[in-house]
Design a protein around this ligand. Structure first.
Ligand code: BTN
Length: 254
């Protein structure tokens, strides 16, 4: 059985100090959460929608968000820190998703560095982390968008690379999935301690040990991914030495 998203069930699971906004449809939960930042009366919050008309992915891509088949959510987390004091939230979000999928659907997923969650080599979830800085105080609010394919049917051209949790199990507690992600992620971000989740990130990261290609000084260099730093960078061992690269540099993860 795949449970329906319900305000009552979500409210039972999500920690009391996190506000909940639940919608049938929005343009993008990340955009809605970004608008909430202007309202100083709203603190840490989660925005959940059953569909999005303009779901956004990384690198300006769109995120396929059809009605009634996915979980589209953005967690808005206020911090009391400057941007350079905060560890990037994507690895924390990825580990939160992996643990919550295990608890709510009994599935073991993996992380394709840096922000894709996969099962059997197909993407079931993407993460889009953004930030807003208060111009008066310099304090940062993080907006971590997470889109999970629950029982999405994909068009032909996507079916080789994308999949849904329902392709691997009949039993998914969607409210528990969302609630556990929120609680775990908020805790990780507030604590701001990568030692709480980076060992798990490395353990679940399917990219480690694989051949990758990245751009450096207008050249394409290939090597083996050997580590992920606490800041979320990929460490690649190549013939020309060891490189630490960010997600924008990597062209192919094979
Ligand atoms: C990616 O895979 O490139 C990231 C996808 C992130 C999608 C989620 S769905 C909820 C939130 N709202 C958005 O517009 N995007 C994120």
């Amino acid at each position: 059985m795949i449970s329906e998203i319900s305000e009552k069930s979500l409210r039972n699971i999500i920690d009391d100090d996190v506000e909940l906004f639940l919608f049938e449809e929005v343009d993008s939960t990340n955009d809605f959460a970004a608008d909430l930042v202007k309202n100083k009366n709203i603190g840490t919050a989660v925005v959940i929608a059953k569909s999005q008309t303009s779901g956004r992915g990384t690198r300006g891509r769109s995120f396929y968000s059809p009605k009634g088949s996915g979980l589209y959510m953005s967690v808005k987390i206020d911090t009391d820190k400057f941007l350079n004091e905060i560890f990037p939230p994507t690895p924390a979000a990825a580990v939160s998703v992996i643990k919550s999928i295990k608890k709510s659907a009994g599935l073991l997923a993996g992380i394709k560095w840096v922000n894709d969650i996969q099962i059997e080599g197909k993407k079931v979830c993407g993460i889009l982390a953004e930030s807003k800085t208060d111009i008066n105080t310099g304090m940062v609010t993080l907006i971590v968008g997470i889109g999970i394919n629950i029982n999405t049917s994909f068009p032909e051209q996507l079916s080789d690379i994308a999949s849904s949790l329902s392709d691997f199990t009949d039993t998914i507690d969607v409210n528990r999935l969302a609630g556990e992600i929120v609680n775990t992620l908020v805790r990780y971000v507030r604590n701001n301690r990568p030692d709480e989740y980076m060992d798990d990130y490395r353990k679940y990261c399917v990219t480690l040990g694989k051949q990758v290609k990245f751009r450096f000084n207008n050249e394409t260099i290939s090597g083996v991914a050997v580590d992920v730093t606490d800041g979320g960078h990929l460490v690649v061992d190549t013939k020309s030495g060891v490189f630490t690269v960010n997600s924008g540099d990597v062209t192919t993860v094979l």
